[in-house]
Design a protein around this ligand. Structure first.
Ligand code: PLP
Length: 532
């Protein structure tokens, strides 16, 4: 079948080579909307993969202007729907602008300091904010609250071994509990920890253990407009240069995050992790994975990388993890629970050390700061999270919001990633210098407009340089609209998109913020601001 005709919106724009070294024969043809693409085999001049097949109905001249089209039809594809139905609802508070003005002043213009009762649609984070399934809630009733050896721990252990493939598991209360332990065990003071961009808590724990973080992500990740299918990839040349300069013994481990949060939820290719595995093996360096959003990463590999279209998400996840020595996890994301995390390693000696240390900071090694019921919900959530139809609808919803904003020419990070839409605050407010906190300002304005809570991922999140004390000035100044899993509907996404547009239309009026209170650690959580 000639699939070319199914992609009318393609072939109009940029052609970008796939970043994976092992995949040079593929090119990506990106649609004019920056969201849809087809993958083409250059030698055979044939389509070998695509984002979505097209629907036969599109708006035509014969149609009345009043004819309503589904969003799928507008984008020449079949619509998707969630693979679940709603059994219980939680009413939301819809506030007035006056109430929101008061609440925002009280919160020092920091959306982290708002009370959730004052929020209408909460897109602060996808962390611990998902809806559990009826199976997970049923599992909570089967919590074995024994101090030691709870049966739910063994269920979790089996689920991690089965789906992620590591040998030894240590539960922790959430992701940063795991980051703390692994940083303490694996980093000697003064050692370097190269990674694909940074995550706030990950980098802080590495630094508190005496490590020096070095960003070795590909350059494309720092540009919100470049279309690259795997913007989370590690730049192997940058890494090799660091290893040669500092010596392999001075590298604690390479830290790879599956879908890079701070880059806009951008994935890492299988080709890249394989090459990275070869490189680190040659130098005798360990490779550790932040598996927090690895299931979402697996979706992008299935969609975009040669040889993976017919593999299941579970198969791709297992293969990817197989190229690493250890992983830590904030189960509050992919694994569909409100609290929980774990550490997993293949090395028995390291496991012994971690199992000993978890007792000091989290709790006994079979509960790690969690109740038995939490461990059970996590075990069930892991199995639900790797179902192909779940992840397709999860990312489909994020893309839907991205499609709306893109067609309205609102500046967002492209390509749209796995868990959030990132508004490009520098492009939104070109009149604001970075020190006027454009992304923080945008989060505040969105809240005022409609009660939607988003968060800053820019200069406030980047903190200060440990040596000079100056602000870090990240290239990306983003406001994140993070979509909780299985919580909001398409109608909520429409309301969000319209609010972003309303704020965009008033962007010229905005003058920015100044920071008036700055906490020492992870300042973005508790900093306070005033209007300029
Ligand atoms: C990529 C990544 N790693 C680690 C963490 C830390 O996990 P937690 O919030 O469960 O402590 C997060 C949290 O947002 C994250 O996004």
């Amino acid at each position: 079948m000639c699939r070319r005709s199914l992609f009318p919106q393609l072939l109009k724009r940029t052609i970008k080579p796939n970043g994976g070294a092992a995949d040079r024969r593929s090119i990506f043809l990106w649609g004019q909307d920056d969201l849809h693409f087809a993958r083409v085999n250059v030698e055979q001049a044939a389509y070998i993969g695509s984002a979505q097949p097209a629907d036969s109905i599109r708006r035509s001249n014969e149609m009345s202007p009043n004819t309503l089209l589904t969003i799928g039809q507008q984008f020449s594809r079949r619509s998707w729907a969630e693979p679940w139905k709603i059994k219980m609802v939680e009413p939301l508070h819809m506030s007035s602008r006056e109430e929101r003005e008061k609440a925002l002043h009280k919160a020092g213009f920091n959306t982290f300091l708002l009370r959730s009762d004052d929020v209408y649609i909460d897109l602060l984070t996808d962390s611990g904010t998902g809806a559990m399934s009826d199976r997970q809630w049923a599992g909570m009733m089967l919590g074995d609250e024994a101090y030691a050896g709870s049966r739910n721990f063994y269920h979790l252990e089996s689920a991690v071994q089965k789906f992620y493939g590591y040998k030894y598991i240590v539960p922790t209360h959430q992701g940063r509990g795991a980051e703390h332990l692994i940083s303490k065990v694996a980093i000697k003071p003064g050692q370097y920890v190269p990674g694909n961009m940074y995550f706030t808590t990950t980098r802080l724990h590495q630094e508190l253990a005496g490590g020096i973080f070095v960003d070795v992500i590909i350059d494309e990740a720092h540009d919100p407009q470049i279309l690259h299918p795997f913007k989370g990839n590690i730049d192997l040349d940058k890494l090799e240069t660091l290893i040669k300069r500092e010596g392999a013994d001075n590298i604690a481990y390479v830290s790879v995050a599956g879908t890079v949060n701070m880059a806009g939820g951008q994935p890492v290719s299988m080709a890249n992790i394989k090459d990275l595995r070869d490189l680190t093996k040659r130098h005798g360096i360990k490779l550790f994975l932040d598996a927090t959003r690895m299931v979402e990463n697996a979706f992008f590999i299935q969609e975009r990388e040669d040889g993976y279209a017919d593999k299941s998400i579970a198969e791709i996840l297992r293969e990817f993890c197989g190229y690493s020595d250890a992983a830590w996890m904030s189960a509050k994301k992919d694994s569909l629970v409100n609290i929980g995390g774990w550490l997993a390693v293949n090395d028995e000696e390291m496991f012994e050390e971690l199992r000993n240390l978890v007792v000091v900071y989290e709790g006994l090694h079979t509960y790690g700061g969690l109740a038995g019921r939490d461990l059970e919900a996590m075990a069930i959530g892991i199995a639900e999270s790797v179902q192909d139809e779940h992840i397709q609808s999860r990312i489909g919803q994020v893309r839907y919001l991205g499609e709306l904003l893109t067609t309205w020419n609102i500046p967002i990070v492209h390509p749209v990633g796995g868990h959030a839409i990132f508004l490009d605050a520098k492009a939104f407010y070109p009149q604001l210098e970075q020190i006027k906190f454009p992304a923080q300002t945008l989060a505040a304005e969105l809240y005022l407009d409609s009660g939607i809570r988003s968060m800053e991922r820019g200069i406030a999140s980047a903190g200060r340089n440990a040596e000079t004390g100056d602000h870090n000035y990240p290239k990306l100044e983003l406001t994140r609209l993070t979509i909780p899993r299985r919580v909001y509907t398409q109608a909520h996404m429409d309301v969000v998109a319209e609010s972003v547009r309303a704020v965009y239309e008033n962007r010229d009026q905005t003058r920015g913020l100044k920071m008036v209170h700055e906490p020492k650690y992870l300042r973005f959580f508790q900093a306070r601001f005033e209007r300029l």
